[in-house]
Ligand binder design. Structure first.
Ligand code: SIN
Length: 523
């Protein structure tokens, strides 16, 4: 038996690439992605990487901002660790020549985004940090890393409770299996559950539901982040306008020029995202049209080249200095419950990036903390692999005759329902209606070899939507990205430190001593 460990990574964003960069050459790594290598949320990330680089900043201040944005639902030990290690990895990128945007003096330019108390966001290519980082990390990969595009992983191979590999479909729909010593899910969140979102269309919650079927825990699914500013033309979202634009002085106004964030929050236009998204939603309910006023930003086209090009393509009159915007689903704070190494509760199954829930983001993610988390967790998972023994060879059972239940509804229908009832503002009546509607859907039984890739995605989306809506119904309070009109306040007396867990077909409330507690209290 070869001593080389074989690891399958599903997904090709920053977390996957950070894992691949760090993993020992004694491992063989197969990165499988269901579309092209470039089909990931990371490629679309305009915002940058948050790291305490300024002389006026500190690790502790970055931690405090993360905890404040997360509404006391974070795991402070994880926050401390990711912020500290993340800064170290960013320094390493600088040393390796990563082209962060710099001042003429060679000092990195630091931008500001919502809920940060100081300038701490590093960017590359102005508003193309994710794409630049993906390309940079890809160029660093060794020959032990193999990239397989158009390999749609549809399920995990589980033998006696341990993950042993994956089931995947090729472009022609043929089913295959591949065994491995460990599987790392880096499949992103579930933006496509909502009509308007900033995600790559391939992000359909697959990793979460594969992990769930394998017995892993899903937590915090009710915490969904809506980005306040998507360029919106004739009611249709065209793409993201980074929060960094507000960091450079843009502000939100209505059709009359009234600044809507004044008096709502001390940080006004740079308040935490959940606060800004709700304020916009409220104004829209009153019939107002919302704009981002960019008049005060000099050299907009040079500072934000991709956003400028998108506005031009969409026919926005840039001379007006106003970009029409509305909010859209951006990020899932919850996900597959993992420890600080990305290990799930299923042996040999890891999750990293947005698919995972480490406790860093709490109930509302601080802007530009996700690339940071991807870098750190990818690297830590790779280091952890060294300690894992090579698995005994087994032939996990998988039948080509396996039958799946496929919901008979369209992706459009489901995303419209989710947007109507489980988006920025929720209440019991709407969530009950939604749950009932989802549960009324009929199913067809299909053999796994006949099921299309779209039907696999739809099955995952439907099952994830049901879990998310059940969590949103159960959490009878408002916190961060979960706002209940019928419970508009935080209820610390009951909910502080509690997580809603989905596991093996059941949902329960779990008290997690590390959530919302001061680290020095439990350390
Ligand atoms: C943005 O550029 O506004 C998005 C950054 C992020 O979500 O972290």
């Amino acid at each position: 038996m070869s001593s080389i460990k074989k690891i399958i990574v599903v997904g090709s964003g920053i977390a996957a690439l950070s894992f691949a960069k760090t993993i020992s050459e004694n491992c063989q790594v197969i990165i499988m992605t269901k579309k092209q290598f470039s089909s990931s949320n990371s490629m679309l990330a305009q915002g940058g990487i948050a790291a305490a680089f300024s002389a006026h900043d500190s690790i502790q201040q970055h931690v405090e901002d993360t905890l404040a944005a997360g509404c006391d639902h974070n795991d402070e030990r994880i926050v401390q660790e990711i912020v500290r290690l993340g800064k170290h990895l960013v320094e390493q990128l600088v040393a390796e020549g990563f082209p962060f945007d710099q001042h003429e003096s060679g000092v990195p330019q630091l931008g500001k985004e919502g809920a940060h108390t100081t300038h701490r966001i590093l960017h590359a290519g102005g508003d193309q940090t994710g794409k630049t980082l993906v390309q940079f990390l890809k160029s660093q990969l060794g020959s032990h890393i193999h990239l397989y595009e158009n390999h749609h992983v549809i399920d995990l191979l589980i033998h006696e409770g341990t993950c042993k590999g994956v089931v995947w479909k090729d472009e022609k729909g043929h089913v295959h299996t591949m065994t491995a010593d460990a599987v790392v899910l880096s499949t992103g969140g579930c933006g496509s559950l909502y009509e308007t979102n900033t995600n790559d269309p391939s992000v359909t919650g697959d990793g979460l539901m594969m992990a769930y079927r394998a017995g892993a825990q899903l937590v915090d699914l009710e915490f969904v982040q809506f980005h306040p500013t998507l360029l919106t033309i004739s009611g249709k979202a065209v793409g993201l306008v980074s929060e960094a634009v507000r960091g450079e002085g843009a502000y939100l106004e209505d059709e009359t020029g009234r600044r809507i964030m004044k008096g709502i929050h001390p940080q006004a236009d740079l308040a935490p995202r959940d606060v800004v998204a709700r304020a916009i939603f409220h104004e829209q309910q009153l019939g107002h049209h919302l704009y981002l006023n960019i008049h005060d930003i000099p050299h907009f086209s040079a500072r934000f080249p991709a956003i400028y090009a998108m506005c031009q393509r969409a026919g926005v009159d840039m001379a007006s200095g106003r970009l029409p915007i509305s909010p859209g689903m951006h990020f899932l704070m919850g996900g597959i419950s993992v420890n600080e190494y990305g290990e799930t509760t299923v042996p040999s199954l890891f999750a990293i990036g947005e698919a995972a829930c480490t406790g860093l983001h709490g109930a509302n993610r601080l802007a530009s903390n996700s690339l940071l988390e991807g870098l750190v967790l990818g690297s830590k998972a790779a280091q952890r692999m060294k300690q894992l023994p090579k698995q005994k060879e087994t032939s996990p059972a998988f039948s080509i005759e396996e039958v799946w239940s496929v919901p008979m509804l369209s992706r459009t229908e489901m995303s419209q329902w989710m947007t109507t009832y489980a988006a920025i503002v929720r209440d019991e009546k709407g969530l009950q209606t939604l749950l009932h509607t989802l549960q009324q859907v009929s199913f067809q039984q299909m053999n796994v070899k006949d099921i299309t890739n779209e039907q696999v995605e739809l099955s995952n989306q439907w099952a994830l939507a049901v879990c998310l809506v059940k969590s949103a119904l159960l959490r009878t309070e408002s916190r961060g990205g979960h706002y209940r009109m019928d419970y508009p306040k935080r209820n610390d007396a009951f909910w502080r430190g509690k997580q809603i867990v989905h596991e093996k077909g059941h949902m329960h409330i779990m008290k997690n001593e590390r959530i919302g507690a001061k680290w020095n209290v439990y350390s």
